[in-house]
Design a protein around this ligand. Structure first.
Ligand code: NAD
Length: 267
């Protein structure tokens, strides 16, 4: 439905690429004003903001590293000053630093935990403070605010060669559930979206060649690789009042990747 999020203000981290970009655009199309966070690539971020503004809503690109406390605090404060408040946080920024276990450096481990897990902690904390300050505004939304954590099927599927990434997403799952439990009495809804394999720059090697794509499809019962917009639509739905009673849930958007497809022909 058009303008599902009319009057709401959304902050999307890592929104100049991939899933974050598609999500920021979809939120704007649904009527929200959108802050497009980026850490590198200002031009791409400005382009996303311009596309969103073309829908007749407000948008701006804000630079900020989600793993740096001072930058997250400054970004949230700036959004409250310039946009009035924050109603929706999509904690999306994330990265991979892959290595086999014994080859993995502490720097690779730490970087992924810092951005994927600590970054979501910091953004969620600052957003929750603003949700609490503002409270529920019934004309805008039934809840005081929504936090959507971008997780992954790897919050439950172990992933050899990616222990830092899988650990960060496993952490996101428990962080999300704990925040949901702690904040629900204040009418703050915390949920996660767990994408399967989505075509973005983060995993280009997994879908770029026909052979890689064929291998990947063996893991996906629905028999297609996901697109960023598959995730964006799920985020819009979860952020809207259609989902007002959904609290502390992970919505898997994965074409069935979490259904143990190897067992479809086994046993
Ligand atoms: P992407 O590389 O296209 O986008 C990631 C974004 O995060 C980029 O804009 C990047 O600049 C930003 N970012 C990285 N470090 C940052 C920091 N310190 N501060 C702010 N922004 C930062 O990849 P994507 O696939 O769109 O990934 C988005 C999210 O989706 C990630 O959390 C990723 O783990 C998750 N995810 C992706 C897939 C997939 O198949 N693509 C699957 C499951 C989960």
């Amino acid at each position: 439905p058009a303008r599902l999020l009319h009057g709401q203000k959304a902050l999307v981290t890592g929104a100049n690429s991939g899933i974050g970009k598609a999500t920021a655009i979809a939120l704007g199309r649904a009527g929200a004003d959108v802050v497009v966070n980026y850490v590198a690539g200002r031009e791409a971020a400005e382009e996303v903001a311009a596309e969103i503004a073309s829908f007749g809503v407000r948008s701006a690109a804000y630079e900020g590293d989600v793993s740096q406390e001072d930058q997250v605090v400054a970004m949230t404060d700036r959004m409250v000053k310039e946009f009035g408040t924050v109603d929706i946080l999509v904690a999306n920024a994330g990265l991979q630093r892959d290595a086999s276990f014994t080859e993995m450096t502490l720097a690779q481990w730490q970087k992924v935990i810092d951005v994927n897990l600590t970054g979501q902690f910091l953004c969620a904390r600052e957003a929750a403070k603003e949700f609490r300050r503002r409270g529920v505004v019934p004309e805008v939304s039934r809840s005081a605010g929504k936090i959507i954590c971008m997780s992954s099927v790897h919050q439950v599927i172990p992933w050899a060669g990616h222990v830092n990434y899988a650990s960060s997403k496993g952490g996101v799952q428990m962080m999300m559930q704990t925040l949901a439990q702690e904040l629900a009495p204040e009418k703050i809804r915390v949920n996660a979206v767990a994408p399967g394999a989505i075509k973005t720059p983060i995993n280009r090697s997994a879908w770029e060649t026909p052979e890689a794509q064929k291998d990947l499809l063996r893991l996906i019962p629905y028999d297609r690789v996901g697109e960023p917009d598959d995730i964006a639509r799920a985020v819009v739905a979860l952020a809207s009042d259609l989902m007002d009673y959904v609290v502390g849930t992970t919505l898997y958007v994965d074409g069935g990747m979490t259904l143990f497809p190897g067992f479809a022909t086994g046993g």
